[in-house]
Design a protein. Structure first.
Length: 438
């Protein structure tokens, strides 16, 4: 739905200029007179994609159409099953050491490393005896914003995101660009539709430092300075250095049409440090519910008849430093699939233009941090937070680069594949007449 609106906005704004340079005056007048009707017809034709997905009772009841709530239940069940199979500790001293390690790992956003330790603490807490009491006490001392259930659910979410981002199964290549702008040398966009969800994945090679690219993504209040059609962005809550709640609002206007469409999205995102395991930093996000943030009041949706709030099932960024002044960034987005209201040919056409423009804008803003620090708002934010952008984030990126170098050394040290020898009986028959007779 977002992509359809942005594509119409981009194309409609350039129709009048293109026609005036290629058609006679009479044709220009006719096209201008019909422009409102054309845009309205397009909007009406795509109306099912703009509103909430309409599903029949049979489709809602069908197991082939799970939504984000079903995915949460699956994630919770997966985490509970893993806890049930974890081996409990036998000594209280082991519990104390593990509890300290879990606290340090959570402070460093290394959820996947902390996961097996946390599962053993939970298994020990229900086993009985002194280790059980020590484990229950250790679990109660976890941060209020990160209880054990939340950590385990985030681990399941992160593993699923990494499997999809790094995997190729089910993805269909939609668009590939060689050079959209100096900051975006090339990008590839993929699409898959499964289980009632529509997923898009774009992998872009950015010719900017990873720290600067991460700053553009992290400073959510500045999305209005580069995100297409974004007119307002605000940070609603910040939980530490690597977790936050923010809101963006888009406005879509069309030439010669006195109707403006307004949309807003509330997103919660958190960082998962997988520098040692995967050589990158993962940001997992989705649209939360008001009940999940009792101490933060969500702003109302934009007023007006043609306005709505969009719920995003998953929004994930994965950043991998490439050494020097470059990095690879993957954006993965999951939303409810509107079905026939948004056919593949329409999605493909939108993806080819909109996603590439988004990464072009992101890359340009990241490049401006170094090229125009005096006028770059992101450079100003980075200067105002030296602990984050000069110490904390560079340390994590250095760990990613070290992981890449270690992987490269392992590949170089691996024994070469043995040379293939043609020893089939058929070739031996051709080489030896006696073998052929046999």
């Amino acid at each position: 739905r977002l992509l359809a609106l942005r594509m119409i906005h981009i194309e409609a704004s350039s129709v009048e200029a293109a026609l005036s340079s290629t058609l006679p005056v009479a044709a220009v007048w006719l096209a201008t007179a019909l422009a409102p009707a054309i845009v309205l017809i397009v909007c009406l034709g795509l109306a099912p994609a703009f509103g909430p997905p309409r599903r029949s009772r049979s489709s809602v009841a069908s197991a082939k159409q799970p939504d984000s709530e079903v995915l949460k239940v699956v994630e919770s069940a997966t985490a509970a099953a893993a806890v049930a199979t974890a081996a409990p500790f036998q000594r209280a001293s082991e519990v104390a050491e593990t509890a300290s390690a879990v606290q340090r790992l959570l402070e460093d956003d290394r959820y996947l490393v902390a996961e097996p330790l946390l599962q053993r603490l939970q298994a020990t807490a229900v086993s009985g005896g002194a280790p059980a009491r020590a484990s229950a006490r250790a679990l109660s001392q976890l941060p209020a914003s990160l209880p054990a259930a939340t950590v385990l659910q985030r681990c399941v979410e992160a593993r699923a995101a990494l499997a999809s981002i790094c995997g190729a199964a089910g993805w269909r290549l939609v668009a590939s660009t060689e050079r959209e702008s100096p900051a975006v040398p090339r990008s590839s966009t993929f699409l898959k539709r499964e289980a009632g969800l529509m997923w898009s994945k774009t992998v872009a090679q950015l010719a900017v430092p990873a720290v600067d690219a991460c700053a553009v993504v992290r400073e959510s209040q500045l999305f209005k300075t580069w995100y297409p059609c974004c007119v307002k962005s605000e940070r609603l809550a910040e939980v530490g250095r690597a977790e936050g709640l923010f809101r963006v609002e888009q406005r879509y206007e069309f030439p010669l049409v006195p109707v403006a469409l307004r949309e807003d999205i509330v997103l919660h995102g958190f960082l998962v440090d997988v520098s040692e395991e995967h050589g990158g930093l993962l940001v997992c996000g989705r649209s939360p519910k008001q009940s999940e943030w009792a101490d933060v009041r969500f702003p109302p949706k934009p007023p007006g008849r043609y306005s709505w709030r969009t719920d995003v099932t998953a929004l994930q960024f994965f950043v991998e430093p490439c050494g020097g002044a470059g990095c690879k960034m993957t954006l993965q987005l999951g939303v409810d699939d509107p079905g026939d209201a948004c056919p593949n040919w329409l999605v493909d056409a939108l993806m080819k233009r909109v996603i590439a423009r988004l990464f072009s804008a992101l890359g340009d803003k990241a490049a401006a941090v170094a090229s125009s620090p005096a006028t770059s708002p992101h450079a100003a934010c980075m200067a105002a937070n030296p602990q984050i952008y000069n110490e904390w984030l560079p340390t994590k990126i250095a760990a990613c680069e070290a992981s890449h170098r270690a992987s490269a050394r392992l590949v170089a040290a691996a024994p070469a594949a043995p040379e293939r020898r043609w020893t089939s009986s058929l070739l031996r028959c051709f080489a030896s007449p006696s073998a052929g007779k046999a």
